[in-house]
Ligand binder design. Sequence first.
Ligand SMILES: Cc1ncc(COP(=O)(O)O)c(C=O)c1O
Length: 406
Amino acid sequence: MDELDLVWVRARFSGLEPSLAFLENAGGSVPVDGVVERARRYLAEDMVQLGAPYPRSERATARVHAGFDAAARLMGATPAELVLGGSTTANLYVLSHALAPRVGPGDEVVVTTLDHESNRGAWIRMAQARGATVREWTIDPATHSLERPGLDAVLSERTRLVCFTHCANVVGSLHDVPALTARIREAGALSVVDGVAFAPHRRVDVRALGADVYVLSLYKVYGPHLGLMYVREALLGALANQNHDFLAGAGAYTLMPGYVSHELAASVPGVVEYLEALDAHHGGDGTLDGAFARIAAHEERLAERLLAYLRAHPRVRLLGSAQADRARRAPTITFTVRGARADAIAREAGSRGVAIRAGHFYAARAMPELGIEDADDGVVRASMVHYNTLEEIDRLIAVLDRVLAA
Ligand SMILES: Cc1ncc(COP(=O)(O)O)c(C=O)c1O
């Protein structure tokens, strides 16, 4: 596949600064200009109550609904199956309350030791409140991934729910979601899949993935600070209403107490339009599949440049796969350096115009499992997306050269 036209790509992100190599994208990506402009326009032109019988309200309502339509295209879902909320953490919190009546004493809820706490804490608290047992699907020590034997070891006829991540935000490993959700369904349980660290890098298609619930955070997919949650339609109807009593039976709205920030919802089409334009600009048919195939190819090149450097250095311990293979990992690359604190490395990089970060990244439970003794210092993480350049990776490598020579 041809290389990405990075001049064209980067011209669509006014927030990218040439003086800063921004490699902290797993924390949040820079929004594409079309998103910024739509939010601005909504605030300037449309800021009235929705659903009222006058033209300005009708236009505002249409723009917010267009946000749901765009989000549906991004996920391969229908708008009726979607929740937009303040964040993924907030969406899962609400969902855990809506699912609670389906879980009781003696039931089992599975969480993983690799997940961001967002897809663990809400379920652990819900299970405890309902008298259910929490079981942990543990990280495979050889691959730093979630593997099928680990799932088989915790599934039982009492399992009601399995909550796991599509891509680990601390090590970038990709999991075989269709196979895993099929196994979970066969066991009679529901699956809640965290796609937050996956969605910026690869095409999400909820039908093919087979999850009952799939979540992502739009602010990591070049969009506004919102969480997006798909809930299979048949399941939506069986959930306890979390909105006003008179809204019972209102589908996904029952999971959106207070609804969503209107101006941010109205900005979501900017993400999809950008991705389609990216594919078209490079000679494709303007599809999301095409865009993400191009993104994956470029990301693999970025990952290989950094991994090749890290693999060769005796003081570096890489976490997750040491190979850039786009089928197995996202370009979220994590490591520790013998004799150097993770925090000191991130600070040194920051002072030299390279944005990376250190810590446990809210995957605190994973730290001991990955052999990290000081979870507060944690690991160094460099996380790229498609708008990053090989030159930016070289700037990080130059910083690491200084740190590793010290
Ligand atoms: C894998 C993963 N899941 C969940 C979250 C939480 O997302 P939010 O900030 O939208 O609550 C994050 C945030 O970093 C994440 O990386």
